[in-house]
Design a protein around this ligand. Structure first.
Ligand code: PEP
Ligand code: MG
Length: 325
């Protein structure tokens, strides 16, 4: 019954006192987009386009990509419940190997040519992808947001934005980058001067902050997004966004943890993107706490000196009637 009640709740993401935090969906395919559009998600916060490139011996053509992007954008075009779609450019390498781009024998693929860095070797791959997205935006009459993964420097953010603008992804489209490398979080304000928004990828941010392979289950305690060092970097990024008046989202798995969602709202994160199945519980907990409580949760988490202490400190602030339901 609680589940039914949660799923019947279609209101936009908000704290009890009306502070909006957009609740968005992570998707990987056009079919996912159709399914997500049928939920109360306020749009897509992360479209992982690499799914389109998997299990192929060469990159999809401009026309093939345009068709898929148009389908995804079309699923949300003019949608009353929210029409934002954030498309991430190809994030190949490391845990997402691609037959035609991954270099065999790379010793440390997670630290190698992955994500945006591929532009050094295969610039046409990124240019074609952005051109396909620009064409799909035109065909559907929509204004997608686009972002690059694995950005480490402000120069990379500037170069990505220049290329996106060059192919026609200009206002009202938005160009941003992911913050999932500690250098990007530490200098988030520098990055944000070149782009319209950033989105925190807490899966990789935890991996690179804690020097812990995200695929290594036996080290999950180190990979925990509640680790104080990871929370510090999330907080620093949120602060930079607030200073520059630009959106800072979270699209890593941590956004799907309802307790963490309170912390993130308290830190000033403007949107949370997750697999659609996680949305009802996050929406529910957020709506039952006001912004001051979220800020207290953020302060309590940042004051903790371990992941478990942070989690417990926030848990203690949550309305017990809600927590134990
Ligand atoms: C992340 O790193 O948190 C993220 C959202 O991207 P991915 O999981 O696809 O690397
Ligand atoms: Mg990532």
């Amino acid at each position: 019954r609680v589940q039914e009640e949660l799923e019947g709740d279609t209101a936009p993401g908000s704290t009890a006192d009306g502070h909006a935090v957009a609740l968005l969906a992570n998707i990987g395919t056009a079919a996912d987009a159709g399914r997500a559009a049928a939920t109360p998600a306020e749009g897509v916060g992360l479209f992982r386009t690499e799914v389109l490139f998997l299990e192929r011996s060469s990159a999809p053509t401009l026309e093939e990509q345009t068709a898929v992007y148009a389908e995804v954008l079309g699923a949300f075009a003019g949608r009353g419940g929210g029409d934002k779609v954030v498309v991430r450019t190809l994030d190949a390498g490391a845990d997402k190997p691609l037959a035609f781009v991954t270099q065999p024998g790379e010793e440390n693929p997670a630290l190698g040519v992955r994500g945006y860095r591929l532009v050094r070797r295969e610039p046409e791959l990124l240019r074609t992808q952005l051109a396909a997205l620009a064409q799909a935006a035109k065909d559907t009459g929509t204004s997608p947001w686009v972002m690059a993964p694995m950005i480490a420097t402000a120069q990379e953010a500037a170069d990505f934005a220049a290329l996106a603008h060059e192919v026609g992804l200009t206002e009202p489209c938005k160009v941003g980058v992911m913050v999932e490398v500690p250098s990007a979080a530490l200098r988030a304000a520098d990055l944000l001067r070149h782009v319209d928004f950033v989105s925190l990828g807490t899966n990789d941010l935890a991996q690179y902050t804690m020097a812990t392979d995200r695929l290594r289950g036996s080290l999950a305690d180190l990979l925990d997004p509640w680790q104080p060092a990871v929370l510090d970097l999330v907080a620093a990024t949120a602060r930079a966004g607030a200073e520059l008046g630009k959106p800072v989202g979270v699209c890593g798995e941590s956004a799907a943890d309802p307790l963490m969602a309170l912390v993130l709202a308290g830190l000033g994160i403007t949107s949370l993107s997750m697999s659609p199945g996680a949305l009802p519980a996050v929406r529910h907990l957020l709506r039952r706490h006001d912004l001051d409580t979220c800020r207290a949760a953020a302060d309590a988490a940042l004051a903790a000196t371990s992941a478990s202490e942070a989690r417990e400190a926030v848990r203690a602030l949550v309305d017990p009637a809600v927590r134990d339901a």
